[in-house]
Write a protein that binds this ligand. Sequence first.
Ligand code: ADP
Ligand code: CDP
Length: 699
Amino acid sequence: MYPIPYLDLPPLGAAAGTVRLPGSKSISNRLLLLAGLSAGVTTLVDLLDSDDTRVMLDALRGLGCRIEQQGRHTRITGVAGKPAVLEADFFLGNAGTAMRPLTAALAVISTQNGGRYTLSGVPRMHERPIGDLVDALRALGVAVECLGNEGYPPLRLAGGSLLLDAPVRVRGDVSSQFLTALLLALPLAAGPRAPTLGTDGSSLPPEGASPPWGGPAAGRDVVIEVIGELISKPYIEITLNLLARFGIAVRREGWQRFTIPAGSAYVTPGEVHVEADASSASYFIALGALAGVDAPVRIEGVGAASIQGDIRFVEAAQAMGARVMAEPNALEVRRGAWPLKAIELDCNHIPDAAMTLAVMALYADGPSTLTNIASWRVKETDRIAAMATELRKLGAQVEEGADHIRVWPLAQFKPAAIHTYDDHRMAMCLSLAAFHTLKGAAPVPVRILDPKCVAKTYPDYFETLFGVVAADAAQIPVITIDGPTASGKGTLAAGVAQALGYHTLDSGSLYRVTALAARRAQVAADDEAGLAAVARGLHLQFEGTNVILDGVDVTERLRDEAVGAMASQISVWPQVRAALFDLQCGFRQLPGLVADGRDMGTVIFPQAGLKVFLTATPAARAERRHKQLISKGIPASLDSLRADLEARDARDKNRSTAPLKPAQDALLLDNSLLGIEASVQQVIAWWNARLPFDGSAGC
Ligand SMILES: Nc1ncnc2c1ncn2[C@@H]1O[C@H](COP(=O)(O)OP(=O)(O)O)[C@@H](O)[C@H]1O
Ligand SMILES: Nc1ccn([C@@H]2O[C@H](COP(=O)(O)OP(=O)(O)O)[C@@H](O)[C@H]2O)c(=O)n1
């Protein structure tokens, strides 16, 4: 995940490779609730790990479920529909798949055990309507109070008496999640109910419970009727499918009437595998259609056998020209028609994945129209308005209506800072606008603001994307920071890289690791050819900022002064420098690089977008190095450190190959009197001034 204010995507080219998607959010949260309401232990394999599932897991813990997580397995010990917790506040973030079903389940539970529960979320959750569910629950006899605005969370549930003689009626034309919520919860009211033992061992109902406690011994049919035309039917199919796995065989008459049979009880199936998220698959299906030029994009974890409605996004992508090979549990996607073919599509069956089509439409051969998408307006944000606004920033012509959007193709993209509205799908969809495969169009970058919003369903989305897309190396941004020893290059590079989500190259560590390996192999500091052979034969791995040599973490050893001194000596040899050249260039990877050393801007990355030459007075540098060593418990003398760094400066400046000197186009930064954070901010400001986005951070 990139927990930074913005992530810049350089122009992207071809895509190929395999992605394994995280678990489906819809399936994960439904399964969690069903497991929590069942008796006994349910093991969920490959459960999605994201913000939305985390709030559901917290809520289940709050209800008294035991949760154990180990690797790909999550074990839930359910409360058998009878939580012992009678008062609790549940914070559900912005997770609609937690808020709606939990509201219904806790409502029924509160009528049975006299419990009092409140449910709240982030401010946007309090703007997302839940009135249709509240109305249905009130008609059912539950005391539901809207604590803020009527019809919106936060809610308080305070018991009541269930009225089940008439069908429960709920609107189905705004969101199908209300029907899902009732379907998941009402088996609680249909089953035969053994009396619950009180704390004193008596079988009396808790105070405030509705008579007769537990309902008729054999239970009763519970009938739900849908008012209006039900939207997003595939999501109801998921609900019915998962209920069936937990032993609840709902009878369906068309899409208007659903009967939960008398005597229904949640029975854990033991272990359930969570299929990958079909909505998340849409970004990689689109990727294949846009950029799977030579080889396919292979998506694992979801395929033709999926129970998720959004799998039908495949048909929409095919209609736009994608070539798709579907296996039961995997998809392979390549580019077919190019440009893509414009479509006109009723998207009611794929409301979430359809957003991806709006961005694909930029690459089509005519205007594309997506209709029947009114539900977009009540999702994480008003997605029709948000999509139209952001596509226009890219330069596209967009028409928006109450329940449709029409997008014209775009010949030349404008660099844009894309606002994401705390909506994971906006971030993921709009990342696809970084592809520049249309003939004649100049490649431009895309800035995604608040990229961490993808954590809602796909925390590693961008990392996965970068794993399967290629970019022209020249397009991958590089910032170089060169300068003398102890000027703070490594510190500054790390700070800048962290702020931008970029990789780092500490080139000095490569000279240091060569020195260490040479010492171990007893190669002398003046044996140029021998040293170059050592440099070429290094078995290195990098784990974050740690350096692994021959399988052993040598990060600490590399900081030894003796190793640094030998690094300085061996770095004068042209053959050693040449041997390390390709290794250094290989660090230029998406989404960008901050490289520090002596010759980053002059020799290794002469085309870098920003070159900084960092200096500080010898006194300041000696002082810093002294502090650094003392803090690590390494004894050091200020005078000898200063003498040593002046000797290194002289060697670095006077060597014939790649001497230390500012690149002609470098910006000088003397940080003798400038703190670390201020130095980082200065470099970020210089960098932003060179980018084509409006405003420094585009925020
Ligand atoms: N702007 C600064 N002001 C004060 N101390 C700094 C500054 N930048 C870096 N330092 C400190 O100086 C020491 C050397 O920094 P480092 O990044 O290792 O230098 P280099 O990579 O140039 O050898 C570190 O202890 C670091 O915390
Ligand atoms: N790009 C680079 C980086 C480091 N070096 C050399 O490698 C040595 C170790 O690099 P470093 O950056 O870890 O060293 P310090 O600046 O911390 O002393 C330096 O003393 C330089 O002489 C180089 O020649 N070229």
